[in-house]
Design a protein around this ligand. Structure first.
Ligand SMILES: [Mg+2]
Length: 270
């Protein structure tokens, strides 16, 4: 398959998963063919997601189920990016984690001692907040105590909601708002629109010209600008063509109906 002129000049691609490669449990039309065409032309791809709830292996499995080859090295979750940041800046510290089991594992793998479930938790040096479907008032209480005793606050994003089968449900940002409000401490944010997630992806890709592709101006295009890479916007997720047209700075370099349209142009792919 012939690549479009828009993507041909790039060596590497950072592809947002939700709203770009897939929507819910379905791949966007032609996504697997587009990714195959990029790889066939020798391009390297890293997939990224701001969702901290699941492990990297879960996203790899979902990619395979949608017809896309992938290994754990090809996927950077915001949990993985948080692990990188904590490893570089807070290795050896103690931590209290609001988040899923896989998020706690990322924090432990970064070299921090996770105090969840111990009597020492309210004295943790770092509080990490990431989206979870299981949050108790005790979690908010311990996080607040630790922060008011001088702990640092790190969060995966300020995303207010996540999509679910029932509609929008509270995201990391909703939990973080409670923690920040009670503690008076402002978090360091790892995920989009901050650049750390993309920086972790760029680290994996190495030298080369990179295009980031995602469905959100506020998240993907903003994070790409901060990370210093070009961005393309696809309209398969949360952004309409009108919103793309009216967007202020930073603007995407390209706007396409879908990942497949961006990569393959008008070529038939289904
Ligand atoms: Mg997205």
């Amino acid at each position: 398959m012939v690549l479009s002129e828009r993507v041909e000049p790039y060596d590497h691609f950072v592809l947002d998963l939700d709203g770009c490669v897939w929507v819910g449990d379905e791949a966007t039309a032609g996504a697997a063919q587009a990714i195959g065409a990029l790889r066939g032309a020798g391009k390297r791809i890293v997939f990224v997601t701001n969702d901290p709830r699941r492990a990297t292996e879960d996203y790899v499995a979902k990619l395979w189920s949608l017809g896309v080859r992938a290994s754990v090295d090809d996927v950077v979750t915001v949990g993985g990016a948080t692990q990188r940041l904590l490893h570089e800046t807070r290795s050896g510290s103690t931590a209290f984690v609001i988040g899923t089991e896989s998020m706690r594992r990322h924090v432990a793998d970064a070299g921090l001692r996770v105090l969840n479930g111990t009597d020492l938790a309210a004295g943790a040096q770092v509080v990490v907040v990431a989206g979870t479907d299981h949050l108790g008032l005790d979690d908010l209480r311990i996080a607040t105590l630790a922060l008011r005793r001088g702990g640092d606050l790190v969060a995966t994003s300020r995303d207010p909601t996540y999509p679910s089968a029932d509609g929008l449900v509270p995201g990391t940002g909703a939990l973080l708002a409670a923690v920040e409000y009670a503690s008076g401490v402002t978090a360091t944010i790892v995920g989009k629109p901050e650049p750390e997630l993309f920086a972790t992806a760029l680290d994996r890709l190495g030298e080369g010209r990179t295009l980031a592709v995602g469905d959100s101006i506020d998240a993907d295009v903003a994070a790409a600008a901060k990370a210093g890479v070009d961005a393309a916007l696809v309209l398969t997720g949360g952004t309409t063509a009108e919103e793309a047209e009216e967007a202020g700075e930073p603007r995407p370099l390209y706007v396409a109906d879908s990942l497949a349209e961006l990569v393959l142009g008008g070529a038939p792919y289904s």
